[in-house]
Write a protein that binds this ligand. Structure first.
Ligand SMILES: C[S@@+](CC[C@H](N)C(=O)[O-])C[C@H]1O[C@@H](n2cnc3c(N)ncnc32)[C@H](O)[C@@H]1O
Length: 204
């Protein structure tokens, strides 16, 4: 029987633990999340397309993992998708999808792996939250966006329960530094009755 990793995900504490967890999970990630009907990638991709139906606009799929998010973006209509992820074995899965223009890794300990204003649109699908990237990743992405740029992302129920994450979003919105274009609570891993909020925000 294939080892299951999903339950351990929500117990990770350090960046190195997180990277090694995804290194081990990479080979069976698609199968395990697929068993539970992983729905968030398609929800973010469709909401982003509804906001910005521009097939040729380059998108940075931050935390692209094995590429389920890129496949969903491609299915929604986007054709220029670059993937970035700190876990080499997850990136091997992304390469196999064939939907990415480029794929790159970075050191998970690097506090600032992004080149400012290099993408007008970024996604972080299933990336920021318990078991993956920390709350400050939200600021990292927003700081790297140009004004008028879009971020499509999700917070699952575990993440929504931890104010450390939601406060990052609230601060950007309250300061008037970002505008909420779309928010919907819906299925994340329906087989586990887990939901997520999907958001599209614009940097103002
Ligand atoms: C649950 S997977 C989501 C992957 C993909 N976006 C999807 O929807 O299937 C989380 C991904 O976040 C990556 N990750 C973990 N910590 C991260 C960090 N600090 N910054 C960026 N990505 C991170 C992991 O390597 C993993 O591929």
């Amino acid at each position: 029987m294939t080892k299951k990793y999903l339950a351990d995900t929500y117990r990770l504490t350090t960046a190195q633990e997180t990277r090694s967890h995804y290194q081990k999970w990479a080979a069976s990630y698609n199968e395990e999340v697929g068993e539970h009907g992983y729905a968030t990638p398609a929800r973010v991709a469709e909401a982003l397309w509804a906001t910005m139906p521009e097939p040729q606009t380059p998108i940075l799929d931050f935390g692209c993992g094995t590429g389920l998010s890129g496949v969903a973006l491609h299915a929604a209509g986007f054709r220029v998708i670059d993937g970035l992820d700190p876990t080499p074995k997850m990136l091997e899965g992304a390469a196999a999808t064939g939907v990415y223009r480029t794929l790159s890794g970075f050191d998970i300990a690097d506090p600032d792996p992004l080149t400012p204003e290099s993408y007008k649109v970024m996604t972080a699908i299933g990336v920021i939250g318990a078991g993956a990237a920390p709350p400050q990743t939200f600021d990292l992405l927003m700081n790297a966006l140009p004004k008028g740029g879009y971020l499509g992302f999700s917070f699952n129920d575990h993440t929504l329960a931890d104010p450390a994450y939601t406060v990052r979003l609230k601060e950007w919105l309250d300061m008037g530094a970002a505008r909420l274009l779309f928010r919907e609570h819906g299925p994340h891993l329906p087989g586990l009755d887990l939901k997520s909020d999907v958001y599209i925000i614009e940097k103002t």
